[in-house]
Design a protein around this ligand. Sequence first.
Ligand code: HEM
Ligand code: HEM
Length: 186
Amino acid sequence: MNNLNPDSPIRYDRLTMTLHWLTAVLVIGLFASAQTWEQLAKGTPLRKELQALHISCGILLAVIVIARLLWRLSQGKRLPAANKGAMNILAKTAHGALYALLLSQIVLGFLFRWAQAEPFSFFGLFDVPTLVTFDKSMKSVFGGLHEQVAWVIIILASLHAVMALVHHYGLRDNTLRRMLPGRGSN
Ligand code: HEM
Ligand code: HEM
């Protein structure tokens, strides 16, 4: 299963690592913010603030995911596969699915906000222009899909994190370390 020399010092480049961990923190924060406001009564200021924060961080996630994909397709460091055979196919499929789900979730988030026809601001600095208008009935369609995709992302990302820990503590290889800053990067 393991395909890496345990002594190999090779790491991903700094920008790849930064974008990966920013993505992870934002995805967890976006999910946690929604779970938190759902416990609060409708119309409370904290609920509205959490929603505004969620939307601003969602816009940030959109920029980071697009930057990450562009960097990966251009100059981002490519490393040898961490697994062999079926496990390699599974890992690659999971990574591809995570990218596809993140992109879908970003599109759904924007569509959801436009269907809500409520303020769409980036930390109060500027407003996102309305590119498409929808009938109010589409609110529940986009909202329902956005919520379902959120759960799929969280479950898949958790399995992905568990596999990273299995590599680190079980197989004792460099898979996790090469995504962490330290000596030997670049
Ligand atoms: C929501 C959270 C996360 C998302 C969306 C995510 C997404 C991804 C994606 C898409 C890749 C593939 C990178 C590429 O080949 O372009 C990746 C790689 C990686 N992730 Fe995550 N990740 C998350 C959290 C984590 C966590 C918590 C850990 C560690 C416990 C982790 C460890 C790794 C490692 C070690 C790699 C490199 C795997 C390899 O070299 O084959 N990730 N991640
Ligand atoms: C992986 C990233 C994301 C996750 C895990 C996530 C998760 C969620 C969840 C669970 C909800 C509650 C859904 C409901 O109750 O119907 C929600 C609401 C929402 N999300 Fe996201 N979201 C993400 C990214 C985004 C992005 C990129 C945007 C775009 C700006 C966005 C915009 C919204 C909006 C507008 C709402 C409704 C807020 C309100 O009711 O006022 N989300 N999100």
